[in-house]
Design a protein around this ligand. Sequence first.
Ligand SMILES: Cc1cc2nc3c(=O)[nH]c(=O)nc-3n(C[C@H](O)[C@H](O)[C@H](O)COP(=O)(O)O)c2cc1C
Length: 168
Amino acid sequence: MHVFQPFPMDLLEINAFTKFGKEWALVSAGTKMNANTMTIGWGGVGVIWGKNVAYVFVRDSRYTKELMDQGDFFSVAFLNEEYRDALKYCGAHSGREGDKFKASGLTLAAKLGIPYPDEANLVFLCHKMAAVPMTEESFTMPEIKEKWYKDGDYHTMYVAEIIEVLSR
Ligand SMILES: Cc1cc2nc3c(=O)[nH]c(=O)nc-3n(C[C@H](O)[C@H](O)[C@H](O)COP(=O)(O)O)c2cc1C
């Protein structure tokens, strides 16, 4: 297991566009017994309801969504380029089929009971504040529904307070 240092949030300097959009991230949820992780390319960080938050978008069909709905916590983790294949794996297979941490060569770690991959270089430990399901009526640009939701597999937006940042 690696040694992570809690990182002061005020000193964090990241480019959210490249972090989520290009590096991608892993969202992990569940307990030590049933933890699962999935790749995301959509998300961000900011300030909402007076808290430093992360927000991620998870489609109804994802197994990870079931675990995020069952618990109050999840993590968002970033990994170096050498783990790109692991992220590809976690973005193409479902935890319903088996242990994705193991299958992708990642190591399950946990802090405050919140799962994350030990190989990460930056982890946000997140406390869920809101789960906002997108519906047909959510979109003010009609082409969004047409482009992204033809199959009716909508996203839920999860907004969560970042309660701790771990880095190494
Ligand atoms: C680069 C990349 C980005 C992805 N981004 C998202 C995302 O933001 N939200 C989402 O719901 N699925 C996203 N996915 C798809 C899920 O990672 C994928 O469906 C995964 O197999 C779900 O796993 P699960 O069923 O174990 O939760 C992405 C996949 C890839 C490869």
